[in-house]
Design a protein around this ligand. Structure first.
Ligand code: G3P
Length: 218
């Protein structure tokens, strides 16, 4: 499973790249707003450090505006993927992008039928938002499983990005289901490394190490 970082914060993204766990990045208007920086600067910084797909969201609602934005965003850098909302107009433009060779990530997907429509429109990626479904007492992971089944039935190339991830169990479940990608907020990414027994083990080894005479291998 590929790990994308769900962030627009260049410090977080750079850290994930250094750790070797950043196969790509997903941003959205809320994440960009949280940086307090202009979109162009944020995108330039990310493209400079990440060697993989970087999703940047289009915000127009009508098809003409969306298509114009998609061409602007999609040609900024070869790694840029245009994030397009799951609407009728969005799918119309996703189809145009697919024909024009512009990569797309269909976002705000909350049903398997929406994911089927995205794949039929030629989306490169589809983003089911599992955390927001869990928030309303609906099984987000079941949606991922349903999408995997539909895509398997018809051998679509569209890759599934498990999004709106809130905790390490979401990452584990995504991997159990064989999802292509999980996009992970930095706070959750850090937690993936942690285990109390690891901390206790390190502490114990270091304590015992103090008793070893010499402490060198040569
Ligand atoms: O990738 C989508 C993600 O940014 C949305 O997450 O936590 O706002 O539902 P959240």
């Amino acid at each position: 499973m590929k790990f994308f970082v769900d962030s627009a914060d260049i410090r977080e993204i750079r850290q994930a790249v250094e750790w070797g766990v950043c196969d790509g990045v997903t941003t959205n208007p809320s994440l960009v707003a949280a940086t307090g920086r202009p979109l162009a600067e944020v995108v330039a910084d990310i493209t400079a450090v990440v060697d993989g797909p970087i999703s940047v969201e289009a915000t127009a609602l009508d098809a003409d505006g969306l298509w114009k934005q998609a061409r602007e965003i999609g040609t900024v850098h070869p790694n840029i993927v245009v994030k397009i909302p799951m609407t009728r107009e969005g799918m119309q433009v996703t189809r145009l992008c697919s024909k024009a060779g512009i990569k797309t990530n269909v976002t705000l997907v909350f049903s398997a039928i929406q994911a089927l429509l995205a794949a039929k429109a030629g989306a490169t990626f589809v983003s089911p938002f599992i955390g927001r479904l869990d928030d309303i007492a609906t099984d987000g992971m079941q949606l991922v499983q349903d999408i995997e089944t539909l895509y398997g039935n018809y051998l679509f190339d569209t890759e599934v990005i498990v999004a709106s991830v809130r905790h390490p169990m979401h990452v584990l479940e995504a991997a159990r289901l064989g999802a292509d990608i999980c996009t992970i907020p930095f706070g959750v990414l850090k937690k993936l490394y942690d285990h109390p027994l690891t901390d206790i083990g390190i502490e114990r080894f270091l304590k015992d190490w103090e008793k070893v005479p010499g402490k060198t291998v040569k």
